[in-house]
Design a protein around this ligand. Structure first.
Ligand code: SF4
Length: 217
């Protein structure tokens, strides 16, 4: 059973990225997380190891920024960049970009990645590029994006934030923020990476459930 209902639908940016790229299909998982707090199941993800690596890569990226721009740019990091955007429906979108850089006419939002490049990394940045200018602090500001990997950076121009992308994003936000339950798609891969327990999602597939014996070979 969920621990409690949220007062308003609350969607963390990273819950949307894999759905938007098609890497994930179960919109119900994000619908559930946006409406309830719940007992979470461990997925085996090494959060401490990730935090160590992320801190190291953040330092490398900030050094590169200072080497490129000198001491002048305004750089804010992590907790300083926490934001919430509330729609007129009451749905809240929340996120925390790793680095925001403002230097003369250049405005960039960075996300520091510890793993290999994935299509949904760009999607995360595009959501930040869409959300940030809606905040009073950044009204009228256009952001570029930068994906910072250990050994290279990928620049995402502001022009990549298209009307088509925004339309898909708004459609997804409305579906997973709606009072009506979103579509549930159960697969052993997604369920294996999902923190929702079988108590809250009886359709959760385990790897055992997907095994079979065949006499054909
Ligand atoms: S356990 Fe599987 S079916 Fe249930 S919400 Fe998570 S991904 Fe969807």
């Amino acid at each position: 059973m969920p621990l409690s209902n949220r007062n308003q639908p609350y969607i963390w940016v990273t819950w949307l990225t894999k759905l938007l790229t098609g890497a994930d299909s179960c919109e119900w998982a994000t619908w559930f997380k946006s409406h309830f707090t719940f007992e979470q199941e461990s997925t085996g993800f090494d959060i401490e190891g990730w935090e160590r690596l992320h801190t190291e890569y953040m330092q490398i990226t900030q050094e590169e920024i200072y080497n490129t721009y000198g001491p002048e740019p305004v750089v804010t990091v992590e907790g300083e960049n926490s934001f919430k955007v509330e729609g007129k429906s009451g749905i809240i979108i929340a996120g925390k970009p790793d680095i925001i850089l403002r230097h003369q006419s250049e405005n960039s939002v960075y996300d520091v990645k510890t793993g290999n490049p994935q299509p949904f990394h760009k999607t995360q940045l595009l959501i930040y590029m869409w959300a940030l200018p809606q905040l009073p602090e950044f009204k009228g500001v256009t952001f570029d994006g930068v994906l910072a990997y250990k050994d290279h950076m990928v620049h995402i121009p502001a022009s990549d934030l298209t009307g088509q992308f925004i339309g898909q994003l708004i459609g997804l936000i409305k579906r997973v923020g709606s009072a009506q339950e979103a579509l549930k798609v159960s697969s052993s891969f997604e369920c294996g990476n999902c923190k929702i327990t079988i108590n809250d999602c009886p359709e959760k597939k385990t790897s055992e459930m997907m095994k079979a014996m065949s006499g054909d070979f």
